[in-house]
Design a binder for this molecule. Structure first.
Ligand code: KG4
Ligand code: ZN
Length: 362
């Protein structure tokens, strides 16, 4: 018998629903981005996001069912992101999932959005535990060990901005539209003289050389601001943008690699003996960035470690990762009660020591 789980994701600015099976098949994966609604504000506006989720959620769930050529009666369980994220949106996805579960008499699973990202390589390629995880998104930048479903050790986190947030804020300083990440990558590809760009726009390397796995990005963002200020007022010259984007993207990749280097050494030391093929997983929206993937690829090769990054369709927020996390939990005999609460803050490792300044990003 095939198990089929419907997954719903509404924690940020994507309204998404998908159906996956225990054979690791993605029967449908519908993602509606609200980019246009938020673009004029230069970032996600929580209330606008919540209203858009409310308007579209039914349609998106039905689209996921119809793409998979299934009806509600053929679904075995329903999973929804219940945090962390923007609470208005989270509530809409969670309540929709509970309503479906109640009306169909099937299990409901409340999923941690970060666990959705973290388990994606198990859906995409059947990766086995344990593995090292670099989670880089708009809201989080963390290094964790995934020991099992629901069992994570957080080794490092950002002390200020998340990497994706730094991409978005730096892009905004350069006059590029939201979301910054893909636009910075696009402009960086247009840079015709990389060496000169790096020399022209020197940037700091926060935390470099420190023995831990923590990150800091706010200094990088400030340095971008300082480089933009002396440039001629008005729209920046496309060549200036390309050069600065290149320098910024390269520096971000180096920072991520420097922090991952410490984590890799520690992982090989502590888990090397119990893993046939030690792997670094890079996940979250920023993992779509090719320059970052290339830098981390080089690093892992040096240490004889594999690297796994989800296919681009599973990097950003999507329902398939939530359905899969639900499926993994269901297979372990778990489900959640109807009074399960939405959690705006929900760390993957509840035992990790709080980091000063990290707030909800820890
Ligand atoms: O995981 P995600 O879709 O949503 C969160 O849970 O945050 O990540 C969104 C973040 C945004 O900050 C976006 O700018 C960044 O991922 N991003 C990228 C790229 N594509 C998306 N950053 C750098 N390069 C990209 N190609
Ligand atoms: Zn995400």
């Amino acid at each position: 018998m095939t198990l089929r789980v419907l997954g719903i994701e509404t924690s940020c600015d994507e309204t998404a629903a998908a159906i996956v099976t225990d054979k690791r098949e993605i029967l449908s994966n519908v993602v509606l981005s609200q980019l246009e609604e938020h673009r004029v504000y230069g970032g996600v506006v929580p209330e606008i996001a919540a209203r858009a989720h409310l308007e579209h959620i039914d349609k998106i769930i039905h689209a996921a069912l119809s793409d998979a050529q299934l009806s509600f009666t053929e679904i075995d369980a329903v999973a929804a992101t219940c945090g962390p994220g923007l609470i208005g949106g989270v509530m809409i996805g969670m309540m929709s999932a509970k309503a479906i579960a109640a009306s169909q008499g099937i299990p409901f699973l409340g999923i941690n959005h970060l666990e959705g990202h973290a388990l994606t390589p198990r859906l995409a390629e059947g990766l086995e535990f344990p593995y090292l995880l670099l989670l880089v998104s708009g809201g989080h930048t963390q290094i964790l060990v995934a020991e099992d479903v629901g069992r994570y050790k957080r080794w490092g986190t950002t002390l200020d901005d998340a990497a994706g947030e730094c991409f978005d804020k730096s892009a905004k300083l350069m006059g590029l539209p939201y979301p910054g990440g893909p636009n910075v990558e696009r402009f960086a590809q247009k840079c015709s003289a990389p060496e000169a760009a790096i020399e022209r726009f020197p940037l700091p390397s926060p935390m470099k050389g420190r023995k831990n796995c923590d990150f800091s990005f706010s200094g990088l963002k400030t340095a971008v601001r300082n480089h933009v200020q002396p440039l001629p007022a008005g729209d920046l010259d496309p060549k200036d943008i390309a050069d600065l984007c290149f320098a910024f993207q390269k520096k971000t990749a180096e920072i991520l690699a420097d922090r991952c280097k410490n984590a890799i050494t520690q992982f090989l030391d502590e888990y090397g003996a119990q893993t046939k093929s030690p792997t670094l997983v890079v996940c979250g929206g920023v993992s779509a960035n090719q320059a970052i993937r290339a830098q981390l690829n080089k690093l892992t090769q040096k240490y004889g470690m594999h690297i796994s990054a989800p296919p681009l369709s599973l990097c950003g927020d999507n329902g398939a990762m939530i359905a899969w996390a639900g499926l993994e939990r269901l297979q372990r005999g778990q489900n959640d009660p109807m009074d399960f609460r939405a959690r705006p803050r929900w760390p993957l490792d509840a035992n990790a020591a709080p980091r000063h300044g990290a707030g909800v990003k820890a």
